[in-house]
Design a binder for this molecule. Structure first.
Ligand SMILES: [Zn+2]
Ligand SMILES: [Zn+2]
Length: 243
């Protein structure tokens, strides 16, 4: 930043202090996008979690745990990880990005990702955001998973592939369906466009919210069938039903 730019920014901050994206509180200059109070309400996911699907499991953090569901039906991905619980206030930011094309929330999401610390996650060769169907993309104007992939892997933009996996069926909203209907609904909804690039590679699939895991499981299945060695799943949030 040149001297002029520094003074210009300082002057603008004085006139229009940066504000919290969620509660509109004026922020101290060094605070980024979200105030401390809003950040306190974000629930970061901590162990003990299932080593495969990332679900909360009982027991101490020192043991190796798999949840009952992964033991009975191992999913087609190697490991799924979410940073936070899907809840207010982060859900508000995601909703604004997804349905209102509001990219001004990105610094807030970046702050949450940074606050979570370095994830315990294997280094993937390729990064693939979960795709939207062409029609849905036109409607919404952006794919939130692409933006999240950039926030998760800011130094690896050339490794983010948005053309490798395609959603070829515009399926009804998953939220209205139960488990087996969800799987049927998504069967053959995803297609790999270039098998060659996937051979023997580890892929990190990125999505915004892990709800039942059906979407990421169907994407993982398509990627593994096309030759990927393994699929890792990284989502910003995970739906955890209240007990
Ligand atoms: Zn706030
Ligand atoms: Zn599990």
């Amino acid at each position: 930043m040149t001297g002029w730019q520094f003074w210009r920014k300082a002057g603008l901050d004085l006139l229009f202090p940066p504000r919290c994206l969620l509660c509109d509180t004026a922020l101290r200059q060094e605070a980024k996008a979200l105030c401390e109070n809003c950040l306190l309400h974000v629930e970061f996911l901590r162990s003990p979690l299932c080593r495969c699907c990332g679900a909360k499991v009982a027991g101490g953090p020192e043991r190796v745990h798999f949840c009952g569901s992964c033991l009975r039906h191992p999913p087609p991905y190697r490991k799924a990880m979410a940073i936070i619980r899907y809840d207010q206030p982060a859900a508000v930011l995601l909703h604004r990005l997804k349905y209102n094309k509001d990219t001004s929330v990105l610094p807030g999401l970046a702050r949450i990702i940074t606050a979570a610390g370095k994830p315990d996650f294997p280094h993937p060769d390729l990064i693939v955001p979960v795709p939207l169907h062409r029609r849905r993309l036109q409607e919404r104007g952006l794919n939130q998973s692409v933006f999240l992939a950039r926030l998760f892997f800011p130094g690896r933009l050339p490794d983010i592939h948005t053309d490798l996996l395609r959603r070829v069926r515009d399926t009804p909203a998953q939220t209205t369906l139960d488990g087996s209907a969800r799987r049927k609904n998504l069967r053959s909804a995803f297609l790999v466009s270039d098998n060659h690039r996937l051979q023997g590679r580890s892929v990190c699939l990125v999505d915004d919210v892990f709800t039942t895991g059906t979407t990421v499981a169907e994407c993982s299945r398509a990627l593994v069938l096309a030759g990927a060695e393994e699929v890792l799943v990284l989502t910003l949030a995970r739906v955890i039903p209240a007990l």
